[in-house]
Design a protein around this ligand. Structure first.
Ligand SMILES: Cc1cc2nc3c(=O)[nH]c(=O)nc-3n(C[C@H](O)[C@H](O)[C@H](O)COP(=O)(O)O)c2cc1C
Length: 205
């Protein structure tokens, strides 16, 4: 099993060329988001949202503020991965499912909320860091979810964040963390690029 997952990860590649004739229906997009939302987040904040840009009009609007990248119009959809500034006040609602499921004692929730308050309240940099972390975990999970459906994915940071926020109605709590194009990959895509050797990356302590 582990070997299979290692192979799965080693054969993933960033898709640059998408088949422009292949589309995804709303049920498939919902399924991808459902799987992506299994990603972990600090305190289970789940401070992420997904805007599926899939109409021709919206794709053109996004491409115009994203370095004119053709992937955005060729892919079936491009998700704007939105991270929300971490806010401890959201926690009781976000933890309610664990309480209802019977494994998290209700009396534990205020403790978690207090810890989150001490970490994030009046700490804009930390709030933003958590937005970026959470949306990045969600994006990574979405990339692998897409592959299980036979789809390729392309993360992108080449966009004007202010323009994306304006065009797609993001609020002051929202950070457009990255774009993630999803669709059917053409065979001409490059394989995964070689990585730096482990000896350069790993330090023991
Ligand atoms: C956060 C992030 C932002 C990226 N932004 C872009 C981008 O705007 N345009 C693009 O063509 N590729 C973009 N890439 C793709 C990278 O170039 C690609 O993942 C990297 O070269 C490794 O490729 P591989 O995974 O196929 O080996 C981005 C990747 C990441 C993780």
């Amino acid at each position: 099993m582990i070997a299979n997952i290692a192979d799965f990860l080693a054969s993933r590649r960033t898709t640059n060329l998408f088949d422009p004739d292949q589309r995804l229906d709303d049920a498939q997009l919902r399924d991808l988001v459902r799987i992506a939302s299994t990603a972990p987040s600090a305190f289970n904040l789940q401070n992420w949202r997904f805007i599926a840009v899939r109409s021709e009009e919206a794709k053109q609007r996004l491409r115009a503020v994203a370095w004119d990248q053709a992937k955005i119009t060729d892919a079936a959809a491009t998700f704007i991965m939105v991270g929300e500034l971490a806010d401890h006040r959201t926690l009781p609602a976000r933890l309610q499912g664990a309480v209802d499921a019977g494994f998290m004692p209700a009396e534990m929730v205020p403790g978690w909320e207090g810890a989150a308050r001490s970490l994030y309240a009046d700490q804009p940099q930390r709030q933003r860091d958590e937005a970026v972390r959470s949306a990045t975990f969600a994006a990574t999970t979405l990339i692998h979810a897409a592959r299980t459906l036979g789809l390729g994915a392309a993360p992108m940071i080449g966009f004007d964040a202010d323009a994306v926020a304006r065009e797609f109605g993001l609020g002051t709590q929202d950070v457009p963390v990255m774009l993630l194009a999803i669709g059917v990959a053409l065979p001409e895509n490059w394989p995964q690029k070689p990585r730096r050797p482990v000896a350069e990356l790993l330090q023991f302590a």
